[in-house]
Design a protein. Structure first.
Length: 115
């Protein structure tokens, strides 16, 4: 089963929590394009994603383990959850618009431990 999540326009905040079937993990793969407003202001020395960004966490809540915060034109890596959940938060300000991103997620079997 493969699901598509596509954000193109800038209209504020979007959050989603995805839950796979029992015994499965989630895999998130970014396709075709990943373009958001530049990561930092001219005087920003912290290299933080300040304007538009995608936050990904391993768990079902906004306080779950942070996997990464992604912005600019840098494609995120393929992401596979360690738990049964991935929590995504897309933030956008109301100024400059870029193409957005396209992400495909699928369920993959949880690896089995062998003795």
């Amino acid at each position: 089963m493969v699901f598509l999540w596509f954000i193109k326009h800038k209209d504020g905040e979007h959050a989603a929590t995805w839950t796979p079937d029992k015994g499965m993990l989630l895999k998130l793969d970014f396709r075709d394009h990943f373009e958001m407003e530049s990561a930092m202001a001219v005087n920003d020395k912290n290299n933080e994603c300040r304007f538009d960004y995608l936050e990904v966490r391993d768990g079902r809540h906004g306080f779950s383990t942070l996997i990464g915060i992604y912005c600019d034109k840098n494609f995120p890596p393929e992401i596979t959850s360690k738990s049964r959940y991935l929590w995504l938060h897309f933030h956008s300000d109301d100024t400059i618009e870029y193409k957005g991103f396209k992400a495909v997620w699928s369920m993959v079997p949880r690896p089995t431990l062998r003795k």
